[in-house]
Ligand binder design. Structure first.
Ligand code: BES
Ligand code: ZN
Ligand code: ZN
Length: 492
């Protein structure tokens, strides 16, 4: 839990004090550090560089069991992300030492380039996101998240701080929920089970939930989505989550790819290709997580989250390469490669969403292509949109949350690569080059004239290594970005 504290550390006792401090250590600019005195920091090893750490036990002048200093690097280079990362390191250290509560001295923002509010928000965000671990599958887990993180010397009004903290805590809880879903093994989140987990969480938040099962999907003619799911013993589900505030006239739609495991199907992936494919539902996890946050944050417009959930398996009943199916929109699709399944479930989900909700804007998130990871690596997502304003709004949100995105083109003449000899369109382009682009172009054929953007999060959705405020596993990429986007009404 986040708290704000106004204790005088010279008079009242604080168990653990965390002090982020910059390289030049101008301690007089920072009251909390100043009370400790110059001598306290006269340690050669601690320069305040971005990796430096120093612990003092029972320091003179303050009533504190221990003070932990964390370097921030040079003052003029400090950004929101520096503060998130610093808090991440601090919380990890404190959890490692089995502490239960810490008090964080908010750095004097005058010395930073950031405004005070942004600095405090970044500290809270880094703290909340780092203070979480996924230990459901560990029989014995000694490490526990901290119970409280208190901020000392925070700027702004008490009410303003509390409001910001509540908003950030809720958003971060949605991020950690998305992370957990992505990290959950595929045997515990097959389409039926995953649909139940999502609707349970969504109902608890008061969202309107609907689940279309195989029978309903057949009735509604989700031909492309059903073709992907037909090789699995657990059949597809379409989960629809709705937030409908009173008086809202317009709706924004969020659609997330939910392949609970992607074997590639009959075009079976290689051993290394199969590794980690439990994360192929990260788009759905991000959208579901965002909807949970939306229920708390209450933006002005209506928001609908649409999650096509399938398991892509090879079997005697699986779709074959060369099969032709009729998609929800009515266009026939030749399935050139059963491993290009994401675009098949998305076109049905998006065409249905457009018809049913006529959204003012639609954004889809998907771990869609390996080609995207080749192009942008494992930390940056690709944004595709022919709507400049929408693309710019997404890039601005990405900049703020440091969920990095890079805009990619949707060249009309590349559509030629999607031609099929027999059907209206093929799900595999002729050749591997520009794979992220051809996948996005394929999607663009099914959204009509709806304002639409596609985020390929294939690289950013999962991390094999610990990050500064995100442990190895699902990253929850997209939740903070979408929450920021929805808060600014640029979509309408
Ligand atoms: N789920 C994969 C994309 C992916 C790859 C996500 C690596 C995360 C990490 C997707 O369904 C897929 O297999 N795409 C194919 C498309 C190809 C067959 C046209 C790909 O990228 O190779
Ligand atoms: Zn695939
Ligand atoms: Zn996939």
């Amino acid at each position: 839990m986040i708290k704000f504290s106004s204790v005088d550390i010279q008079k009242s006792k604080v168990e653990t004090l965390v002090i982020p401090i910059c390289e030049d250590k101008n301690i007089h600019a920072d009251r909390t550090v100043a009370v400790l005195g110059k001598k306290a920091l006269a340690v050669k090893e601690f320069q305040g560089k971005s990796k430096d750490e120093l612990t003092l036990y029972n320091p003179a002048r303050v009533k504190c069991e221990r003070v932990l200093f964390f370097g921030l690097g040079k003052a003029d280079a400090i950004e929101a992300e520096t503060l998130r990362a610093c808090m991440g390191r601090a919380i990890k250290t404190c959890i490692g030492r089995e502490l239960t509560q810490v008090t964080v001295a908010v750095p004097a923002a005058k010395r930073l380039k950031l405004d005070e509010e942004a600095a405090l928000e970044a500290l809270i965000e880094g703290g909340c996101l780092a203070n979480h671990m996924f230990s459901r599958y560990k029989s014995e887990e000694k490490k526990k998240p901290l119970k409280t993180i208190a901020f000392l010397g925070s700027p702004g009004s008490a009410a303003g701080n509390r409001r910001a903290a509540a908003r950030i805590e809720k958003t971060c809880a949605a991020v950690t929920q998305a992370r957990e879903w992505v990290s959950t093994p595929a045997n515990d989140k097959r389409p039926d089970a995953f649909a139940r987990q999502i609707t349970k969480a969504a109902r608890a938040k008061g969202l309107i939930c609907r689940v279309l099962d195989e029978k309903a999907l057949k009735r509604e003619k989700f031909g492309a989505m059903l073709a992907v799911g037909q090789g699995s013993q657990v059949k597809p589900r379409l989960v629809v989550l709705e937030y409908r505030p009173k008086g809202a006239k317009k709706t924004v739609a969020l659609v997330g790819k939910g392949v609970t495991f992607d074997t590639g199907g009959i075009n079976l992936k290689t051993s290394s290709g199969l590794e980690g494919m439990k994360m192929d539902m990260a788009g759905a996890a991000a959208v579901a997580g965002t909807m949970l946050a939306v229920a708390d944050l209450k933006p002005k417009m209506g928001v609908v989250g649409v999650l096509p959930l399938v398991e892509n398996m090879p079997s005697g009943s699986a779709t074959r390469p060369g099969d032709i199916v009729r998609s929800y929109a009515g266009k026939t699709v030749e399935i050139g490669n059963t491993d290009a399944e994401g675009r098949l479930i998305l076109i049905d989900a998006m065409a249905w969403t457009v018809k049913k909700y006529k959204p003012a804007a639609m954004v889809d998130l998907a771990t869609l292509t390996g080609a995207c990871v080749i192009a942008l690596g494992e930390k940056i997502a690709a944004v595709f949109s022919s709507d400049d304003e929408l693309a710019e709004a997404i890039l601005a949100a990405a900049d703020k949350t440091y969920e990095r995105c890079w805009r990619m083109p949707l060249p009309d003449d590349y559509k030629e690569l999607l031609k099929s000899d027999l059907a209206d369109i093929s799900n595999m382009s002729s050749g591997r080059w520009g794979g992220a682009i051809t996948a996005a172009l394929f999607l663009s054929e099914f959204v009509g004239d709806t304002r639409w953007a596609h985020l390929d999060i294939a690289g950013a959705a999962y991390s094999k290594k610990d990050g500064p405020y995100c442990p190895a596993g699902g990253t929850g990429f997209g939740v903070r970005l979408l929450c920021d986007l929805l808060a600014h009404q640029k979509l309408l």
